[in-house]
Structure formats: C-alpha cells, structure tokens
Write a protein that binds this ligand. Sequence first.
Ligand code: GTP
Ligand code: MG
Length: 269
Amino acid sequence: MRLASWGLIKELMASSDVVLEVVDIRDPISTRSVRAESLALNLSKSLIIVLNKSDLVPREVAERWKEYFESLGLRSIYISARDRLGTKVLRSEVRGMAKRPLVIAVVGLPKVGKSTLINALKGRHSAPTSTLPGSPGYTVRSQLYSIGRGIYLIDTPGLIPSGSGDVESVIRSENIDKLNNITSVAVEFIKKVLKFNKTAFIEVYGIEEVDPYRILEVLAVKRGWVSKKDREPLLHEAAKAVIRDYFDGKISYYFTPDELINTYGGSTL
Ligand SMILES: Nc1nc2c(ncn2[C@@H]2O[C@H](COP(=O)(O)OP(=O)(O)OP(=O)(O)O)[C@@H](O)[C@H]2O)c(=O)[nH]1
Ligand SMILES: [Mg+2]
C-alpha cells in the first residue's frame, strides 16, 4: 500500500479545479479525511464528498449520510463505483462545469474505491495520459487520465488516516501483510462489524459464531489454513482474509448519523 504525502496531495489539489473525496459509506466518519477537506477548501477548490460502496447499505441510509454531509455545508453524492450506480449523475455534474481544461483530483483513504471510481467515470473512450496540456508536468507518480471533453482525472495514492483510534485508521494505515498484531486488529474489526450487523459473518462466510476469535478459527479451518505441525488454525491468515474481504466490499454493515451520536455521544463528529 502506498500512502500519499501531504505535500503531494497539496500540490495535486493546487493544480486541480475540483476535489472528489471518496469515502466508504459503511463508515463515512472514520474513512473521511477532515485534513484533506480543509486543504481543498482553503485552496478554494470545489469539493464533493463521494459516498462510495453504497450498494452495501440501504438507500435510506445513503440518503441520511448525504443529508448529514450537506448539513455540514459539504456537497455530497452517494454512488457504487463497482456497480456504476450514481456514476452517470456524477459524470454529468462534472461535464456541466464550465471550465476547460477541468482537472479533478480524486483523493481518499486507501481502499475506498478511488481507482474503481476513475474506471467508472472513464468509460470506453478514455486514455491514460502523463501531462496535462498547457501545464507543467507533475513530478509525481499519481496518474492523470483524460476522460474526454477536456476533462482530466488524477488518481492518487491513499491519504494517511487521521489516527483517530478507530480500527479503520489502523487497517488503512499499512499493508495488511505488514500490520503488527493482525489477529487482534481483525478481532477489534469483527467486534465493530457485529455491533452494527449481527449476521454479517453468516452472510459472507456462513459462520454463525458470535465470538470474534471463534469466527477466525472457523474461517481458518473452513479454508484449510491450519498449522502442518499441530493442526491448530492459523488465525492470522483468517484475519488477513477478513480485512481483505472487507476492502473488497464483501462484508456489509452500516450505521446512520443518528446512531453515531447515540453510540459515541457525538464525540467523533
Ligand atoms: N462493494 C463495492 N466494492 C467496491 C466499490 N468500489 C470499489 N470497491 C472495491 O474496493 C476495493 C478497493 O478499490 P480500489 O478502487 O482499488 O480502491 P483505491 O481507493 O483506489 O485503493 P488504493 O489505490 O489502494 O488506495 C476493490 O476490491 C473494489 O472492488 C463499490 O462501489 N462497491
Ligand atoms: Mg487506487
């Protein structure tokens, strides 16, 4: 996993007209970056919060999050980049902006779906391109895509999570193969999911257990991840699989802005 430096993000935003911040609608609070949003607004860029993976939550919940962000004065849209739901609306919205060339920076925490969104917006007639006509080339490794009609999208590496303490910022801070204590991180993650969706692991793995360690054990055994020596289940393998499946959009849970206030007393807002 490559994370973007703040210097790079600032430079990219400065040379863009619009900033799309992609967040994961399963937990938009822990997957948003207030720092990136402030950066965009301080640079006077149009900022749109893109609530992605909305195929995983009921429509009313997506609506509630949209209202929530709009109540904070942030333009917001919910989409499923994977299923290409809502992406047409987003595409017409950017096409409707008068400026040409129009440069759009797509930012967000790791694995929120930035590249998938770019692919959805690209369509068939797009081509990757390295420099923006009429501007100096960037000395960065982020990728610029032309999506036609003078519109360019910049794909960026993931933003550095805020370190709020939520398990989201842990799993998105480092490649999961390199994360320390992957098993305890996954246990914490499973607890969080179960708090909001009691049947999440039945839905995805057919596992009826409620204890997070048991869920990992059963998954490891099911998949044949057991120690050759003593047949003990390899919990860390199951832990990695759970986090990967979560990123891949296979594990569903959600909460609403109101539940957030009830659960955390609004302290994270
Ligand atoms: N269910 C669901 N999964 C999605 C959606 N969009 C992306 N994904 C999945 O999320 C995972 C990450 O998607 P990427 O587009 O690579 O995310 P990214 O933000 O570019 O990730 P990095 O470049 O690593 O920061 C992939 O497995 C996608 O299939 C969506 O709308 N719904
Ligand atoms: Mg990407």
